[in-house]
Design a protein around this ligand. Structure first.
Ligand code: NAG
Ligand code: NAG
Ligand code: NAG
Ligand code: NAG
Ligand code: NAG
Ligand code: NAG
Length: 645
């Protein structure tokens, strides 16, 4: 009954609120000469507005007919935002009266209805930026807006249904610099469609259906985006001075490398996600065009089907800094010439079929980041990494490498074969070796290599030598040993004085190595091990620095883990997986949330408190009774005496 009454009251309240809304429309916000009326369900500008409005934001309303009345006869506007309305009619000549209008946003309306009526908006005399995106416009419909827009620089036609760009499309807007036709269905570009746009620098044709570019001749263009089309070939006109800096051909059907004239100034080239099988620019060796990219800095060839990456391909790419060949089928990569890729900083060869990797004595001296994960490397050219004097970051996950012993340690053992030496890599700070089926890590494996991060995860059965990490005492900050099936850790982690982040999750550790000195560890992941307790000495060593501890999914014993309980209670330590931290208590059948453990639960059994209290009370009572009896007797004596008197 009570609930029903409350519900009724609530409903009445809601009805009152909704009834009120239309009447008190919050007024537009006026900030000097700028008026903001977004999202107010308006079909026209509310009057009165101050004179001299320069910016009017009427976006997200219900404007259908855009007329002088709708805009309350404001003609001094410089910036008019009408996106996300329902405009299907524009009074012809409306914008002709706005001689200062520079930015006009008509995106997300229904302008195809207007365009279909065959009317023209008339002149957009001063408009520099026009947004017509998402209006359902078909081929030719943009003509209604572009026929007379001599000042137009930025034009967006994104998200329409345009299939063809004709020679007349932009003939009334010759000042255009940036055009976006992204996300249309452009199939055809008529010869010369962009020719008269001398100032065009940016053209976005991504997400269309263009299949071939031959005789590309947009000399003024600086950025061209053809991503996500069906381009199979890209050929520029053979001569001329191109200004093209960035060309995005990603996600197409390119079979051959794009062809540009020799004197191009291209800096970024993205041919990723295509069907390149070789870096050749044509199908036949005798018609192979020259391949000069003297200014190229970034080349992305990832996600193709390359089987070969010859050194000669890079002869005319002297400035290349980033080379991405990830996700191809390259079986071997070698650079012997010190002049080839001499400036390259980043090379990504991840997820190929690499078995062989060889670099010459002075090759790749500027290389800093090398990605080799997901290959089939068992061994590499001897001292390969030692020779890369700039190498900082080395990603070797998911290969089949073994780590060699250092040379001094090796003298006693057999000659190394099928291993990679990782000591004395002078600048290497980040090293990833997870998923290599590593079996052992010899002593001093990384000596004289200043590692900050070492990832040895997912090498189940890895046998860490007690001195494997010797030499990393001051440098190592991150150590990852996830999923290694470790049942104990013989390495003394407390010797690594710089260590701050340790991941030991998903192993079989039943105890932690003793920390022999105070540690600086800030985050420690012990999830999913076989720990029944964390030794008090360990907790004491960790307590000062620890900020984050993961310890869920361990068979902890509640009363042996009071140190952890205390640590968890300290606000200074975060336990993100606290929900999964449970422990077993001898009096309870099911695991208990560690949060609910109290010290009292773990006191040794003894006389329960209430019994003791009762006993004490009894004793007191007996004493009192005794006293009373004695006292009474004395009185009776006295009394009888007086009575008798
Ligand atoms: C918009 O204009 C058309 C014709 O120009 C008219 O038929 C229609 O009623 C108008 N709609 C509104 C909401 O004013
Ligand atoms: C045109 O677009 C560019 C890049 O987005 C921008 O910097 C510039 O201000 C725009 N010009 C106008 C007139 O809106
Ligand atoms: C090219 O267009 C695609 C899709 O529209 C976009 O994701 C990409 O960032 C663009 N490329 C450049 C270089 O701007
Ligand atoms: C690429 O061109 C070279 C010569 O320029 C030729 O030897 C090789 O067979 C070509 N590769 C393919 C796949 O066409
Ligand atoms: C190389 O390309 C892949 C796929 O596009 C990307 O995931 C990776 O981050 C790129 N590598 C570098 C070093 O940028
Ligand atoms: C916990 O470790 C076991 C093996 O030790 C593994 O099978 C399981 O997937 C791990 N669970 C989680 C959540 O990582």
């Amino acid at each position: 009954m009570m609930a029903a009454v409350q519900l009724l009251l609530l409903m009445v309240g809601c009805m009152a609120a909704s009834a009120r809304r239309p009447r008190d429309v919050p007024p537009c916000q006026v900030v000097q000469s700028q008026v903001f009326c977004s999202d107010l369900s308006l079909s026209a500008v509310p009057v009165p507005l101050p004179h001299g409005v320069q910016l009017l934001d009427l976006s997200r309303n219900r404007v259908q007919n855009l007329t002088r009345e709708t805009l309350a006869f404001h003609t001094g506007l410089q910036h008019l935002d009408l996106h996300s309305n329902r405009i299907r009619f524009i009074q012809p000549g409306l914008f002709g009266t706005m001689s200062q209008l520079r930015v006009l946003d008509l995106s997300r309306n229904r302008l195809s209805v207007f365009a279909q009526s065959g009317q023209s908006v008339g002149a957009l005399a001063s408009v520099q930026s026009l947004d017509l995106s998402h209006n359902g416009l078909f081929t030719g419909m943009s003509d209604s807006f572009l026929a007379d827009s001599p000042a137009l620089q930025n034009l967006s036609l994104e998200g329409n249904s345009i299939t063809r760009i004709s020679r007349t499309t932009f003939s009334g807007s010759l000042a255009l610099r940036r055009i976006s036709l992204r996300d249309n269905v452009v199939l055809e570009i008529e010869d010369g469609a962009f020719d008269s746009l001398d100032q065009l620098t940016d053209l976005d044709l991504s997400r269309n259906s263009i299949s071939c570019i031959t005789d590309f001749n947009l000399y003024s263009l600086e950025r061209l985006n053809l991503s996500r089309n069906s381009v199979e070939r890209f050929h520029s006109a053979p001569a001329g001075v191109f200004r093209l800096l960035a060309l995005d051909l990603s996600q197409n059907n390119m079979l051959y490398f794009p062809v540009l004239p020799e004197n191009n100034v291209l800096e970024h080239l993205d041919v990723s996600h295509n069907r390149l099988q070789s870096v050749n620019a044509s199908g036949s060796p005798d018609r192979e065009p020259s391949r000069v990219f003297n200014r190229l800095r970034v080349l992305d060839l990832s996600f193709n089907r390359l089987r070969d990456l010859p050194q000669c391909f890079f002869y005319c790419m002297a400035l290349l800094r980033v080379l991405n060949v990830s996700h191809n089928c390259v079986p071997a990569f070698s650079v012997s010439d010190p002049d080839v890729l001499a400036r390259v900083r980043t090379v990504d060869l991840s997820f190929n079929a690499l078995r062989s990797l060889a670099f010459g004595e002075d090759a790749l001296q500027r290389l800093e980041d090398l990605f080799l994960q997901g290959n089939q490397l068992r061994t590499v050219d001897q001292n390969l990494f030692q020779r890369l004097s700039g190498l900082r970051y080395l990603q070797l996950d998911q290969n089949r490498l073994e780590v060699c012993a250092t040379e001094q340690n090796r003298r006693t053992g057999p000659e190394p074969s099928g291993c990679v030496s990782l000591s004395s890599v002078r600048n290497l700070h980040f090293l990833y070796l997870s998923g290599n089926h590593l079996r052992t890590l010899p002593a001093d494996a990384f000596s004289h290599t200043p590692l900050q991060l070492l990832d040895l995860s997912q090498n189940p059965g890895l046998d860490l030598h007690a001195d494997s990490l010797r030499g990393l005492e001051t440098s190592l900050v991150h150590l990852l040993l996830r999923e290694n099936d470790l049942s104990s850790l013989s390495t003394d982690l407390s010797a690594l004085r710089g260590l701050r982040h340790v991941d030991l999750s998903t192993n079989r550790l039943s105890r932690l190595p003793a920390w022999t000195r105070e540690s600086g560890i800030e985050s420690l992941n012990l999830q999913n091990n076989s720990l029944v307790t964390l030794e008090p000495s360990t907790m004491a060593a960790l307590e000062r620095s620890l900020k984050t501890l993961y310890v869920g999914s361990n068979p902890l014993r509640c009363c042996d883990s009071l140190g952890v309980v205390r640590l968890v209670r300290r606000a200074a330590v975060r336990v993100p997986d606290i929900e999964a931290v449970t422990c077993r208590h001898r009096d309870r059948p099911d695991p208990l949330s560690l949060r609910r453990v109290t010290e009292d639960m773990c006191r040794a059994p003894r006389l329960p408190g209430y019994l003791a209290a009762a006993l004490l009370a009894l004793l007191a009572a007996a004493l009192a009774l005794g006293l009373l009896v004695k006292c009474c007797r004395a009185r009776r004596h006295k009394g009888s005496r007086s009575f008798s008197a």
